[in-house]
Design a protein around this ligand. Structure first.
Ligand SMILES: Cc1ncc(COP(=O)(O)O)c(C=O)c1O
Length: 373
């Protein structure tokens, strides 16, 4: 990995020590060019060949669907475009059949917790798993599961302290009880080398504006092929209508996760996201994960050497490292004035969350460490 060449693609890094990807990622110039390509195409109305502009947008979306599938190691027909992580989670929750007395299980720190208007309306019980030593133990999750558990929601990587869930073990445990696993992987994809087919999970919702480096307004949902026909689309439009009306030739009603897309998607985001997937794929997700864990380990050890109380429970398993801090907001503001970007959070007694990415260096981390008390 030629780090100097990589850093030249992120002009912002000339000025900033940016360690806040769990909040919002940094955009490389290639992703900006993706946005611009979309604007130019529309502004000049210049789709290639005899295509309409909509056909060009749709074919770019199809191409991206394949690239995303390769990136997370699933099949293209298992990917649906959505607008945000929550949109994917809702498609799953609202598309399932619920009965009074069913239950859903989720850790107390989920970013978008699964207890929804739909589950409440159906009399579904919400069972919350509490953290022990700042992590969610499989044994504690197991205690909450029974044969009425329909869905378990977990984050692959915790946005609070970066702890990583063992999805393979969780899936095995859940499937024994007939429960499905819904994963929020917004803090994982782009940061780690993920394989959602191998992990056996049922559904994965991802927003790309953090570790995938853009865009906002476009996100995606993985629905494993076994689940596609079991889930009913919770909203309908020209793209997935079952009524054979004006647009039957474009409608997708069964057999593909595309059936959950109901209208015009955020095509500008499609152009941008394709660039970031290309960028990260060229470096390789294994290489990115390795570098991220190496840098996070260096930071973790540096914080321990400074005597900090660690919120991240053990040697990091993701790029996110958190430590306790009584006055997190003034410290984050002071660092921001010095062009060092991290997050200070008052939640959970106060902590600092530091989240680098592969383009960071040990010098970035040294600069942070030397500027925290
Ligand atoms: C774990 C996690 N999921 C989801 C989101 C964002 O949700 P959405 O894409 O629905 O806005 C965040 C944002 O910080 C997050 O940390």
């Amino acid at each position: 990995m030629d780090i100097n060449k990589i850093r030249a693609d992120f002009p912002l890094l000339k000025e900033w020590v940016y360690l806040d990807n769990a909040f919002v990622g940094v955009m490389p110039k290639q992703v900006k060019e993706g946005y611009e390509e979309y604007i130019d195409l529309w502004y000049n109305f210049s789709p290639p060949g005899d295509k309409t502009i909509l056909q060009e947008w749709l074919s770019r979306a199809t191409r991206l669907r394949g690239k995303i599938a390769d990136f997370v190691k699933v099949k293209p027909e298992e990917i649906a475009f959505t607008t945000c992580t929550g949109s994917g989670l809702n498609i799953v929750v609202n598309g399932m059949e619920w009965e009074k007395g069913d239950n859903v299980v989720f850790p107390e720190w989920e970013h978008n917790a699964l207890y929804t208007n739909t589950t409440a309306r159906h009399g579904v019980e919400a069972r919350v798993v509490h953290a022990r030593n700042y992590r969610f133990e499989l044994a504690d999750i197991e205690k909450q599961i029974d044969d009425r558990t329909k869905l378990i929601q977990v984050s692959h990587v915790s946005y609070v302290n970066g702890d990583t869930m063992d999805l393979n073990a969780l899936t095995e445990m859940a499937h024994e009880h007939g429960a499905k696993i819904l994963v929020d992987a917004t803090q994982a994809v782009g940061a780690l080398d993920v394989d959602y087919r191998k992990s056996g999970v049922d559904f994965v919702a991802v927003a790309p504006y953090k570790y995938l480096m853009g865009p906002t307004g476009l996100a995606f949902l993985y629905v494993s092929e076994e689940n596609i026909d079991q889930l009913t689309p919770d909203r309908t439009g020209w793209k997935n209508q079952i009524y054979e009306g004006d647009n039957p030739e474009e409608s997708v009603s069964e057999g593909s996760a595309e059936k959950f897309e109901y209208g015009t998607i955020h095509f500008q985001g499609v152009f941008a996201l394709e660039k970031s997937i290309d960028y990260l794929s060229a470096i390789g997700t294994k290489n990115i994960e390795k570098r991220n864990l190496e840098l996070a380990g260096y930071l973790y050890n540096g914080l321990i050497a400074k005597g900090k109380g660690m919120y991240t429970p053990d040697t990091p398993t993701s790029p996110i490292v958190s430590y306790f801090e009584n006055d997190p907001l003034p410290l984050a503001a002071k660092l921001k004035d010095m062009k060092i970007k991290v997050t200070g959070r008052e939640a959970h007694g106060g902590h600092m969350r530091i989240s680098g990415h592969f383009y960071n260096t040990r010098e970035d981390i040294d600069k942070l460490l030397s500027n925290i008390p």
